[in-house]
Design a protein around this ligand. Structure first.
Ligand SMILES: Nc1ncnc2c1ncn2[C@@H]1O[C@H](COP(=O)(O)OP(=O)(O)OP(=O)(O)O)[C@@H](O)[C@H]1O
Length: 319
């Protein structure tokens, strides 16, 4: 039996909740801390789940605005109307349903840091309002004629290219230059494999504290899989995978069969294409014809046991 692994004796650097042991990430955080101390607008570039919101909070904590308000808003998650009213606020009666005055985040965050996630999704008219905030430090709430002054530091994030948005006419070029004074590129989880084991154990410790199951060991093949998987969803996906393994298995060792299907190279059951079943039936029928009904030959051709072949034939009504 292969030896199982226990949590490595590593002390992670903790940047206000963002944990890392990877040199690539430590270099990134050092650069980030330097820029954070200035007042420059920062654009975080990085795939989904790489920790952009945690970095934005860290920037706030390292800046002179620390102790003031930090606000975050995801531009991809809100309708145009909601985003406008969330940012600029509105006067009672400004639109149907505006039953009372509302103070916008731009005003509530005065003196602090505003994090705009998925900024490429911001509609053009709201981009115009944001540009005014960055140029003239003022804005007008919806349905109001009053000009409100505000002093915010903007940190934005995107996983797509703003240049492409500009080329397609959906993002203002002048705003792009204003918000990407300093662009910072967050490494993907694959580019900092040193963090995978540490973060996996961090998530396990949290899950142990919240659940009955106490995981103390990880099978070597689980560890190997975690290291070689591509992690398209980055740290968020790693966190979800550990929650899945912890919930699905038993005992104090994380076993290979506890891993979700996609990490074991299988399509998840709910994502198998509809016509896969039909394809399989057609393949079986063709092979049966080719081998003139000889089941062993068909099983050999498919690389499966006779018992599995019988089951499949029955399932497809071919037995
Ligand atoms: N280095 C890290 N240490 C601890 N937790 C992390 C780390 N990186 C990310 N996380 C966690 O992973 C999740 C995703 O992080 P976050 O929301 O900051 O990513 P994001 O890049 O903003 O994602 P999206 O672009 O999809 O909004 C969060 O629960 C966050 O706490």
């Amino acid at each position: 039996m292969k030896k199982a692994r226990t949590a490595p004796a590593l002390t992670a650097h903790n940047f206000h909740g963002l944990l890392t042991v990877a040199p690539e990430m430590l270099a990134f955080m050092e650069q980030t801390a330097r820029v954070a101390r200035t007042n420059a607008s920062i654009l975080l570039r990085g795939q989904s789940g790489t920790g952009k919101e945690l970095v934005a909070r860290y920037i706030h904590e390292c800046s002179r605005r620390q102790g003031k308000t930090f606000s975050a808003i995801n531009c991809a998650a809100l309708s145009r109307e909601l985003m406008a009213s969330e940012l600029f606020g509105h006067k009672r009666g400004a639109f149907t349903g505006a039953t009372h005055d509302r103070t916008g985040l731009l005003q509530l965050t005065d003196g602090g840091t505003l994090f705009l996630d998925e900024i490429a999704e911001m509609p053009l008219d709201i981009q115009a309002g944001l540009l005014r905030v960055l140029q003239d430090r003022c804005f007008t709430p919806l349905g109001s004629s009053e000009v409100v002054h505000t002093d915010i530091r903007l940190v934005s994030a995107t996983h797509t290219s703003l240049r492409r948005g500009v080329a397609e006419g959906v993002f203002r070029e002048d705003l792009m230059y204003r918000i990407r004074v300093v662009p910072l590129y967050l490494p993907t989880l694959r580019e900092r494999t040193g963090d995978i084991e540490m973060l996996a154990w961090q998530f396990i410790h949290t899950l142990n504290a919240e659940n009955e199951r106490q995981v103390t060991h990880m099978a070597q093949d689980v560890f190997d899989t975690l290291l070689t998987y591509s992690w398209p969803g980055n740290v968020r996906e790693l966190s979800n995978v550990m929650a899945y393994c912890h919930a699905i298995g038993l005992g104090n060792e994380l076993a290979y069969q506890d891993l979700p299907p996609e990490l074991r190279g299988e399509a998840p059951p709910d994502e198998k294409p509809q016509d896969l079943e039909t394809d399989e039936r057609a393949e079986l029928a063709t092979l049966l014809q080719q081998h003139r009904g000889r089941k062993q030959a068909v099983a050999d051709a498919l690389g499966i046991s006779r018992a599995t072949l019988w089951r499949k034939l029955k399932q497809h009504g071919l037995s």
